[in-house]
Write a protein that binds this ligand. Structure first.
Ligand code: SF4
Length: 186
């Protein structure tokens, strides 16, 4: 797997301060994607032991709430096994920290993937420019869903997402300040 960046103390891609892994590779090619530079699987840096260690050094910190996978698409077929290994190790070593995952795929296609055992929140679906709303919480367009993965998988119908939060924050002005890095909106 290749990746473009590992960002630290990120406030825009899940609850709390997080470490975010921006992977390479996405076949969704959404119109006005924030990160088209990440589409090419062959671009970016090789995800090596040093990159892995960088993520776990961040997770070691008490104030880091967890790890977010974004990109690019962490569930591109070429990325799935590496993302699975990182998520598994992350959850096993830090069970109290959360794992978020952004993907352009829809839940109905991915809910059975092994990685979902270790994901707390999945934001699914392609970014749809026509449904864009900057006030949406943790997502870029209305069609996307912020899914409570454990609650969904434990429900009677795990193919039907249980949502993690409302579409909008109770008070938009209380959302974290912009830290200067746009989220993957897919
Ligand atoms: S918005 Fe996300 S899913 Fe869509 S093309 Fe960009 S990286 Fe891929």
């Amino acid at each position: 797997m290749r990746y473009h960046d590992i960002t630290r103390d990120d406030m825009r891609n899940g609850d709390g301060l997080r470490v975010v892994l921006w992977v390479s590779g996405c076949d969704h090619h959404c119109l006005n994607c924030h990160n088209p530079i990440t589409w090419d699987l062959e671009d970016g840096l090789l995800f090596d032991d040093a990159a892995r260690d960088e993520i776990f050094a961040q997770l070691e910190k008490d104030y880091i709430a967890g790890l977010t996978f974004s990109g690019g698409d962490p569930l591109h077929p070429a990325n799935q096994s590496a993302v699975y290994r990182i998520a598994k190790e992350g959850k096993e070593r830090y069970p109290d920290k959360t794992i978020w995952l952004y993907t352009g795929a829809i839940w109905e296609e991915i809910w059975q993937l092994p990685v979902m055992r270790y994901v707390d929140v999945c934001v699914d679906g392609e970014f749809d420019e026509k449904k864009k709303d900057v006030k949406l919480l943790w997502k870029g367009s209305q069609n996307q869903r912020v899914i409570d993965v454990p609650a969904t998988l434990q429900s009677k119908n795990p193919k039907k997402p249980v949502l993690y939060c409302e579409d909008y924050a109770a008070d938009f002005d209380e959302r974290p300040a912009d830290t200067g890095r746009a989220p993957c909106e897919g």
